[in-house]
Write a protein that binds this ligand. Structure first.
Ligand SMILES: Cc1cc2nc3c(=O)[nH]c(=O)nc-3n(C[C@H](O)[C@H](O)[C@H](O)COP(=O)(O)O)c2cc1C
Length: 333
């Protein structure tokens, strides 16, 4: 660790409350068989591979870093403009910019390993063979899951072998990818789904039957914004992914729906997490952990801050651990 890195004591960011009671709260959670010290992860694409955030705090303090999606070949991404602000959120069309799996292993993974971070590698591709290629490369470099403790399968990519239809919109295409990746996986696999479908539980069922250990809910929602003066779309790609607090109720609904339909399937909740009560909503809906994306752009400390605040939130309400909150909702009648 370089000397200018400041370690965050979560208690430092926790706010008011009894420090001793908060310290006694057990934040450990199990995400699809991945043992985590607390339930706050970073979301793919909003943290790159961690080195940007490392100047704020030590990335190994995070429960886990879900890295930017990795593809077989390097990708430069889409031309600018690639981001646009919206009320309570943002639109992005980055186009999976990443160095490709070989360079990612050599440069980014080596750095994360050296830091002692827990990594969840996000795999993306244009064909089933692409996904399998990345999976094999990851397995070869970390066969025991010493650093890469889990794989997230980003299914929000166009399938060039099926008219460019997004994998996550088709149960069969999603299952084909997940089946191929799960066959290679030495660690738990989380299939990341989109809410841009009629019935997310049908897709969740298909990926679990194909071998996914759990699901991440949700990726961005497809949106569009138009400059009223020029008439041009605000993104060069015309459409982009909507993220941030605007999508949180949709994400919480999806977590709840999948939990009701498939109560045994572990869920990583994602979408608009910004405050401790957002985290609690996802846990109560049925998520075993959450990953935080867009909020990182506003507050790089959001991960450790939320872990500290969750400790205090639980302590002040007399909860001894975080696990008892998972799936804990009450009916109206
Ligand atoms: C700039 C940006 C880049 C993203 N890149 C990826 C990516 O590479 N892979 C992926 O699975 N999700 C990606 N996402 C989606 C996020 O991981 C997350 O699912 C989504 O933004 C919702 O969470 P949030 O509201 O906390 O941002 C990206 C999101 C943003 C805003």
């Amino acid at each position: 660790m370089s000397s200018d890195v400041r370690r965050i004591d979560p208690g430092e960011l926790a706010g008011d409350g009894s420090a001793a009671a908060a310290e006694a709260v057990d934040l450990r959670t199990d995400l699809a068989g991945i043992a985590l010290p607390d339930p706050i992860l970073t979301a793919s694409g909003c943290f790159a591979s961690g080195s940007e955030i490392d100047r704020f705090f030590d990335v190994s303090d995070l429960a886990a870093v879900v890295v930017k999606s990795i593809t077989r070949e390097p990708r430069n991404g889409l031309p600018a403009p690639r981001m646009a602000e919206t009320p309570s959120g943002m639109l992005n069309a980055i186009g999976l910019q990443n160095p490709g799996v070989d360079m990612w292993i050599e440069r980014d993974l080596a750095w994360l390993r050296e830091r002692g971070a827990r990594v969840i590698a996000s795999i993306a591709g244009k064909t089933v063979a692409d996904y399998r290629h990345v999976a094999r490369a990851l397995r070869a470099t970390d066969p025991d899951g010493a650093t890469i403790v889990g794989w997230e399968i980003n299914l929000s990519c166009p399938n060039v072998e099926d008219r460019g239809l997004v994998f996550a919109c088709s149960p069969a295409d999603s299952a084909a990818v997940v089946g191929a990746v799960a066959e290679e996986a030495p660690v738990p696999t989380l299939a990341k789904l989109t809410s841009d479908v009629t019935d997310i539980t049908a897709i969740a069922t298909a990926v679990v039957e194909a071998g996914a250990t759990g699901v991440t809910l949700i990726n961005t929602l497809l949106g569009m914004a138009i400059d009223p003066d020029t008439g041009r779309p605000e993104l060069s790609n015309t459409y982009g992914g909507l993220s941030g607090p605007a999508i949180r109720p949709v994400a919480v609904r999806n977590v709840h729906q999948v939990r009701q339909a498939l109560p045994e399937v572990p869920v990583l909740g994602c979408g608009g997490v910004r405050t401790v009560t957002d985290v609690v909503q996802f846990l109560r809906a049925g998520a075993s952990a959450v990953s935080v994306g867009t909020a990182t752009f506003v507050d790089p400390f959001v991960g450790p801050r939320l872990a500290g605040e969750l400790r205090t939130w639980l302590a002040t309400r007399g909860h001894a651990d975080v696990r008892s909150l998972i799936g804990a909702t009450e009916p109206w009648a």
